[in-house]
Design a protein around this ligand. Structure first.
Ligand SMILES: Cc1cc2nc3c(=O)[nH]c(=O)nc-3n(C[C@H](O)[C@H](O)[C@H](O)COP(=O)(O)OP(=O)(O)OC[C@H]3O[C@@H](n4cnc5c(N)ncnc54)[C@H](O)[C@@H]3O)c2cc1C
Length: 514
């Protein structure tokens, strides 16, 4: 990824009396009055054109809305001060803005839920930030959910719940629909439905030049396939049509164990991921975390369990439920109640610098032991001097059934072969507070990923796949896709974006390259 130098989010200065007058005028009169008085900072000519054609949708600097909009990203590493913010209300607005940006050769970034902790992916300092918040419509067409790209998952689930339905979207309510559905999508229903993107029946997408295209199994199927895993390389998706299914009550919740149960917990995870273990039950999903505070040597052992049928203590989780838990919230409950609980403080605190990095191993018990010991050793040897740091490893099982379901739905760009067996997608997630440690965390994370890969390779447990939704800056995502996917993605990119708008003008995020 291109390196960016982002300006400070807030600039403190001593204000001159004339500046105070201008600010007072801004508050009293608003930006359009300022524009006619010739006092507006338009950022650049693109912002000026956007403000003139779309005054309501264009948010200029020195306004309260601008300050709010430029600080909506989940990780503090992803805050920047854009030249202006554009907040489209329709696909036509997106198309018009895209033409302005292309004609003025202006850089831009696209943000839906702002939850990708990759600096520059959904923030920009020297360009225009397009935020999709206002693309928030919901419509049920038969059993298909048509959802705006600016929605958060909890909004989608709450709405569908009133219809007695659900869809295989993200597991955490505040995450955006937009980014997750151009990535992969680890969800609670995957052994039946595949990745979340495998439930996308149609993408309404604005491609380079401002054309609005519907990409699905019969219309632009190459683009439909490319968007399932290809991220923001092809255009700006404005609506997603998703398959739904009836759902009301489920069993699930969180178990938290005392740190003395670490060995028992790791054995239970190892047993669960085994293809003959609990993960073989298609209705089960487990999100198994080992969290560490390296400075104090404390562990938090957090296990989120989900079962699609409302039955008490499903057998699939018996290895987990037999370990005495300090905290257990598991019960039969509504699906939406279960989702709300997952927005725990670990993920909802927005005042943290954060990083995700990922790798994948074959789903065997030995993979769990290998990752766990490597992670704990590295964290203890490298991170103990960093104040306030919390780091974790998460084990996410992707079963063979999941990969078969992905194929059966029409496939995706990841193109993982179910015949190669089940996998564990590993997420290394770290929170810290001070920017002086950013490079240390990146080095630690890259180091641990390559160490895990080397060790896994040596014992034939490696699996060459990086899950884009859990990835860190610089991870080589698209080359990790299977078979000819990478070259197909590049061909499709060339077809729909021959001038490379989304490569050249969108510097952030995971790029296919020209
Ligand atoms: C707390 C937390 C929980 C998570 N849980 C899950 C989970 O359960 N399952 C899972 O698979 N992943 C999960 N993720 C990862 C998450 O799905 C990805 O980070 C995803 O990209 C976030 O989507 P967003 O819209 O919030 O992100 P953003 O940061 O807004 O966008 C991410 C990238 O996608 C691009 N993009 C966004 N919207 C569009 C669009 N409409 N058209 C084209 N490009 C677009 C952006 O430009 C950016 O490059 C989680 C992340 C966090 C932080």
């Amino acid at each position: 990824m291109e390196e960016q130098h982002r300006g400070p989010v807030f600039t403190y200065c001593i204000m001159s009396p004339s500046l105070i007058d201008v600010l007072a005028f801004t508050l009293a009169a608003g930006p359009s009055a300022l524009a006619s008085a010739g006092l507006v900072n338009y950022g650049n000519s693109a912002c000026k054109q956007l403000a003139s054609s779309y005054s309501e949708q264009t948010i200029l600097p020195n306004t309260t809305t601008y300050t709010i909009e430029s600080s909506e990203n989940w990780s503090l590493t992803c805050l920047a001060s854009p030249l202006c913010v554009f907040e489209p209300k329709s696909a036509e607005d997106v198309a018009g803005a895209l033409r302005v940006l292309e004609n003025t050769n202006t850089k831009f970034a696209v943000r839906s839920g702002g939850h990708m902790p990759v600096p520059g992916a959904a923030d920009i300092a020297d360009g225009v930030l397009i935020t999709l918040n206002k693309l928030d419509t919901t419509e049920l067409v038969g059993s298909t959910a048509r959802i705006g790209a600016g929605l958060k998952w909890w909004e989608v689930y709450d709405w569908l719940y009133t219809e007695g339905l659900a869809t295989a979207g993200g597991r955490f309510g505040p995450v955006g629909v937009g980014g997750l559905l151009v990535g992969t999508g680890i969800n609670y229903f995957g052994s039946q439905t595949g990745w979340s993107v495998n439930s996308v029946l149609n993408y309404e997408v604005v491609v380079a030049g401002g054309n609005i295209i519907n990409a699905n199994a019969t219309s632009h199927p190459d683009l439909w396939l490319a968007l399932k895993g290809g991220s923001g390389n092809f255009g700006i998706v404005t609506k997603y049509d998703m398959a739904t299914f009836p759902l009301s009550n489920v069993w699930g919740g969180t178990l938290e164990y005392n740190m003395t149960e670490l060995d028992a917990y790791v054995h239970a995870i190892a047993g669960y991921v085994d293809p003959q273990g609990g993960s073989a039950d298609k209705l089960a999903a487990a999100d198994c975390l080992v969290l560490m505070t390296p400075q104090t040597g404390e562990f938090e052992l957090v296990n989120v369990l989900f079962y699609q049928d409302p039955i008490e203590s499903p057998a699939a989780f018996s290895n987990f439920t037999k370990i005495p838990a300090g905290v257990s919230t598991t019960s039969i409950r509504t699906w939406t109640d279960f989702v709300v609980e997952q927005n725990s403080s670990m993920y909802s605190d927005s005042q943290q610098r954060r990083a995700f990095y990922t790798t994948t191993l074959k789903a065997t018990p030995d993979s769990v032991y290998l990752v766990n010991s490597t992670f704990i050793d590295a964290a203890f040897s490298e991170l103990t001097d960093i104040p306030g740091i919390l780091t974790s490893v998460t084990y996410q099982t992707i079963t063979r059934d999941w990969l078969f379901a992905a194929k059966a739905s029409g496939g995706d760009s990841m193109n993982l072969d179910p015949e190669n067996g089940a996998i564990i997608v590993i997420l290394i997630s770290t929170n810290w507070q001070d920017a002086i440690y950013d490079q240390r965390i990146a080095d630690f994370s890259n180091g641990i990923i390559s160490l895990i890969n080397q060790k896994a390779e040596a014992v034939n447990l490696s699996y060459p796949f990086y899950n884009i939704n859990d990835a860190g800056p610089g991870q080589d995502i698209f080359r990790s896709y299977s078979g000819s996917s990478f070259s197909k993605l590049k061909e499709t990119r060339l077809k729909y974006d021959p001038n490379g708008t989304f490569q050249k003008l969108v510097p952030g995020g995971f790029k296919l390259g020209l």
